[in-house]
Design a protein around this ligand. Sequence first.
Ligand code: HEC
Length: 192
Amino acid sequence: MTKRKLCSIALVLAATAVAATLPVPRAALGQTAATSDPTDAGKAVYKRANCVGCHKWHGNGGGGYGGDALSLRKTALTREQIVETVGCGRPATGMPFFTRGAYDTVKCHDMNRQDVGDHMPPEANTFLRPNDIDAVADYVITHIKGKGEPNHAECVGFFGDTSRVCDIYKTQDVKTRDEPATTSTAGDRKAQ
Ligand code: HEC
């Protein structure tokens, strides 16, 4: 190789290094600070994989076709445990597995189909890829786990502005605001 060629290679390398260290403006990535939420992908999975069907949009669960789904708001599970629970389901409960080949080509809770036997959890209607499972776990950790009672703002955030599903939370919010007056009237009435 000639000295000149080597020199131009070095130049190209140097230019690449400089480009790599330059900050990329947010606009160039098609993002705006206000609207981008890194867990949006996980929210989409939460809807698409029908976690909503059993755990409800707010994650509090309740009686559904899979039995009583535990509250994801009150869950004590870590992100890693959530990933495992979604991928492998939970043996002997209605929590389905979302990884194709779970207990088969993919070992789950260190068990295969034979080990898990009658306790085999149901198969989900949709299979999820590992990155989808990571995304939905991030969503649960960020937006559901450890949150208090669901409210109107949160509901609108989930469904979008126009959803009437959230109206019930609006009424509840109003009720809470009016509570002191209502309570005292009720109290007065009782006293009479
Ligand atoms: C068919 C109903 C059903 C669907 C769909 C479903 N779950 Fe569940 N899930 C359950 C039930 C029932 C349990 C409670 C299992 C038990 O009793 O231990 C549960 C438990 C869990 C737990 C364990 C909570 C804890 O504290 O132990 C996590 C996490 C979870 N589900 C996340 C999800 C996610 C995320 C999705 C969507 C990808 C999903 N589930 C879809 C029914 C469902």
